[in-house]
Design a binder for this molecule. Structure first.
Ligand code: NAG
Ligand code: NAG
Length: 357
């Protein structure tokens, strides 16, 4: 908890404010989460815990330690910590262990006597020593229909696979990754233009509702009885995305590329190298371009040839891909510049031609 010092600078502890969060009769719940998207879940818990008939309170928050982010690379608390402090949550009840198995952290957690722990994109493995502490267990909001897409990047991998349906699951946490019994899940159709950050936000919003609905049954033990064990034989893995995956190759089909653009939007994004041909002197310049928004062209290149020229039709760059398929690119971003419509990018070329690299 060496970083609680850093957090303290952001918030002056106020005994009056803190008393609103600490009532001896209510069940203690500990929330673990880190990125902005998990603040939806924390918000729902805060709302539900302040309702007059609420049986629980958020006793502590566990989140990733501050990290260097943004332009100035300043040391910033995690989005969840920042959000909690903004809501007036006492900074000394926000824990930021490097690892959830640290002895000092575990003894602080034990001292709080949490009835239940809730995780939503926390980002650290929870060891058995942790899982043994809350009598009602630890439950996780996982943005996939478990046992599908267990792991760090379920939404990204579902989009990459072109899944037509996905969902969010509320499951007990066990030692094996995302493998615990499922208390409830909610299905959702996947729009073929939606990108990972938006789908993630939708799923966590659904997931918060699911959690609030199921909380009474988790507390009274009936969720433990009705929870369905996962069929491990149907499990698929969703490993975390690595930066190298952001490069697009037009040797793949347009749909494969479109799905990658949607899956890796947000982070790490998708990039391609294209050739800008100067008509006057015939020079070829290789240009790196971030591909922001795409669409699969409804018609294909009938000859099915592998063409090299990138054209512009109506509002899109049209890029020939594998098997005669065509990818329409609607928005791009040049290094160090803002995102722009393909039309603006094309006009900026002033007649220079584009080719695939
Ligand atoms: C601390 O509590 C006092 C008394 O209720 C209140 O007036 C003040 O605004 C609070 N300060 C903070 C930083 O929350
Ligand atoms: C929590 O309550 C606020 C204020 O009523 C509301 O704006 C917000 O949408 C609620 N959040 C959730 C996740 O329900």
């Amino acid at each position: 908890m060496n970083s609680s010092f850093t957090l303290r600078r952001f918030f002056c502890f106020n005994a009056t404010t803190a008393s609103a969060f600490a009532s001896p009769k209510k069940k203690s719940l500990v929330f673990l989460g880190s990125p902005l998207v998990s603040t939806t879940v924390l918000d729902a818990l805060f709302n539900a815990s302040t309702a007059p008939d609420s049986v629980f309170e958020v006793a502590a928050i566990v989140t990733q330690p501050p990290s260097r982010r943004g332009r100035g690379k300043k040391l910033m608390p995690s989005p969840v910590a920042e959000y909690a402090l903004d809501r007036g949550f006492p900074s000394d009840l926000i824990f930021t262990p490097e690892r959830a198995g640290e002895g000092m952290f575990l003894s602080s957690l034990r001292a709080l006597q949490p009835e239940l722990c809730i995780t939503a994109a926390y980002g650290n493995i929870l060891p058995s020593k942790f899982l043994k502490i809350p009598p009602s267990g630890t439950v996780n909001i996982h943005p996939s229909l478990l046992p599908l897409y267990r792991g760090a990047a379920p939404v990204q991998r579902a989009l990459q696979d072109g899944a037509k349906e996905t969902g969010v699951s509320l499951a007990f946490t066990v030692r094996a990754l995302d493998a615990g019994p499922v208390i409830a899940c909610e299905r959702m159709e996947v729009d073929d233009q939606i990108k990972a950050p938006d789908l993630l936000a939708l799923l966590f919003s659904e997931g918060s509702e699911l959690l609030i609905r199921e909380l009474p049954y988790i507390f009274d033990g009936s969720a433990r009885i009705k929870a369905q064990p996962q069929d491990d034989s149907k499990a698929t893995l969703a490993p975390k995305v690595i930066p190298e995956e952001s490069w697009l190759s037009f040797n793949e089909e347009a749909l494969v590329l479109h799905n990658k653009v949607r899956a890796f939007a947000g982070w790490p994004g998708t990039r391609a190298k294209i050739v800008v041909v100067d008509n006057e002197n015939g020079h070829h310049n290789i240009q790196e371009l971030k591909i922001i928004t795409t669409r699969v062209c409804s018609y294909s290149n009938v000859q099915g040839q592998e063409l090299d020229d990138i054209t512009f039709i109506k509002d899109a760059l049209v890029i020939p891909c594998h098997g005669g398929t065509l990818l329409e690119v609607l928005e791009v971003q040049l290094p160090g510049k803002k995102v722009q419509r393909a039309t603006a990018f094309w006009n900026g070329l002033r007649g220079q031609k584009l080719k695939k690299k």
